[in-house]
Design a binder for this molecule. Structure first.
Ligand code: AMP
Ligand code: GLY
Length: 480
């Protein structure tokens, strides 16, 4: 059974996506070698002609999931990751270049003659890595610098939504701290949400319960510059309520094809308590995202956003991530990201049945309308194993036991994605970050996927390991 993402063109629906048997996804049709004659080229020859040498920029669980999915493509040749990490090095050659060092990365891409680069992280996208690669003739997956503003500047994205009537929280933008407090006091509505304009590792969002907290928040962001220059401008917005849904989508700037929906768990501890993190676990699909909600999001949010970016002269090509809240007044955009989510990718890509490399190339080349994007009907759950103390302070270098070449042996429906691991010279795998591993299980149903993922986590150990025990609990409750 397959779940079609549908194929949606701006302004009108193109109908159903073209369904081809999945097994044919990567096959090349018989080549016309001699005029008037058709001969089937043997598979290995096809491979030799098609295979691309690929570089993935980044070094966490998301990049690991992208690499594992790309490797399923018959067109995928040698694959590299920069900087990568210890666990990723089981799947790709790793080169230690900082993902924000655009010049060195582009120089490396030229030197190694990569055919295609996947820029997976927000910072290099915001710095214009895709533009820099294009300038040296290397095609890349991801938005250019102008389109990456949809995530890199909250002022840009909020103004875009206002101009094009895309539903989002009511807001004002400010660059003067005194004016912010004047506005918040005049509105007198709490909680109030204050957001730093720029990238802040998902931490530049403050939810303030009263005037004092708001004043402290404004001071932190705008005066103490806790999030650096990203706090020069702030967005103050109304507090929304409702279940949150993440929808990642592929777009070539004209057509948008959503992926299977997912649900993140951002807080560090059970029952959504503790500090905000990069994400402690995910499930897909998200049961709140019914077909009716999906259709409404397509018409009111996805298509208008892609059209708005085109109208602004900065068409978005790559993975456009819609962070949505299903409010009593309908779905609204909480945030856009200009890239795959982490750890959403670790549950979404394992359910992709189509060829990721073909889809990515179609986004770059503007041929997404003719490209199949198909997901399985199954479910997936990813449980993050973190270092105790994350997201504040934690130790690194703890040996990890239970894995063979980075994976659990004999578990074909379980994949361990490496977020923060390193390989010592003696081959010992050790912890090397706040989020360490993402244990993903796929199954026919969500309850099965949850059970399998949690059972698998019991086989993996390191000192001071911390995980949430309630990933997916809210999704299960919603299904009841
Ligand atoms: P963001 O980094 O923009 O995704 O914000 C982080 C989290 O803060 C979101 O996942 C929401 O849970 C919460 N949040 C952001 N904006 C709002 C809002 N306007 N109302 C309620 N919660 C919000
Ligand atoms: N998991 C949320 C994000 O990637 O921004």
């Amino acid at each position: 059974i397959v779940r079609h993402s549908g194929s949606f063109l701006l302004g009108h629906e193109s109908g159903h996506s073209i369904a081809r048997p999945a097994a044919c996804g990567g096959r090349v049709p018989p080549q016309r070698t001699v005029l008037g004659e058709t001969s089937a080229v043997p598979m290995h020859r096809e491979g030799a002609i098609m295979k691309k040498k690929i570089l993935v920029v980044g070094g966490g669980g998301r990049e690991h999931a992208i690499i594992k999915a790309l490797k399923k493509s018959p067109d995928c040749g040698e694959i590299w990751c920069a900087p990568g990490n210890g666990g990723i090095s089981y799947d790709a050659k790793c080169k230690n270049i900082k993902s924000t060092d655009v010049d060195t990365m582009v120089g490396f891409a030229v030197e190694e003659k990569f055919d295609y680069v996947v820029v997976a992280q927000d910072d290099p996208l915001a710095l214009g890595m895709v533009d820099a690669l294009a300038a040296v003739g290397i095609p890349a997956f991801g938005p250019d610098k102008a389109a990456a503003r949809i995530e890199a500047s909250k002022v840009f994205s909020k103004d875009l939504m206002k101009k094009y009537g895309i539903p989002t929280a009511k807001y004002e933008t400010f660059d003067d701290p005194a004016k912010v407090m004047e506005y918040i006091k005049a509105e007198g509505k709490y909680p109030v949400v204050i957001k730093a304009d720029g990238l802040a590792l998902g931490k530049g969002v403050l939810i303030c319960e009263n005037e004092q907290q708001a004043a402290d928040g404004v001071k932190e962001i705008m005066l103490d510059k806790k999030f650096g220059a990203s706090g020069n401008h702030v967005v103050v917005e109304e507090f929304l309520t409702g279940p949150e849904v993440s929808v990642l989508s592929f777009t070539d700037g004209k057509v948008v094809k959503p992926m299977v929906s997912s649900m993140d768990h951002k807080r560090a501890n059970d029952h959504d308590t503790g500090l905000n993190t990069g994400g402690m676990g995910t499930v897909a699909p998200n049961p709140y995202y019914t077909p009716a909600v999906a259709e409404r999001c397509m018409q009111e949010i996805f298509l208008p956003t892609v059209a708005a970016m085109q109208a602004e002269g900065c068409p978005f090509k790559g993975c456009l991530y819609f962070g949505l809240m299903l409010t009593p007044d309908g779905p609204k955009v909480i945030e856009y990201n200009c890239r795959f989510g982490d750890p959403e990718t670790q549950v979404v890509l394992p359910l992709l049945e189509s060829d990721l490399l073909k889809i990515m190339a179609a986004c770059t080349e503007g041929t997404l309308a003719d490209t199949e994007v198909k997901f399985s009907e199954g479910a997936a759950c990813c449980v993050i194993l973190a270092s105790g103390g994350y997201p504040v302070s934690y130790e690194k270098g703890k040996p990890i036991s239970g894995l063979t070449n980075g994976q659990l042996e004999g578990e074909s429906s379980i994949t361990v994605y490496h977020s923060g691991t390193a390989l010592r010279e003696d081959g010992t795998l050790v912890t090397n970050g706040g989020r360490v591993l993402g244990v993903t299980a796929t199954a026919d149903t969500l309850p099965e996927a949850l059970k399998k993922a949690y059972a698998a986590t019991e086989s993996i150990h390191f000192d001071k390991l911390h995980k949430r025990s309630d990933i997916g609990a809210r999704a299960l409750a919603a299904m009841q």
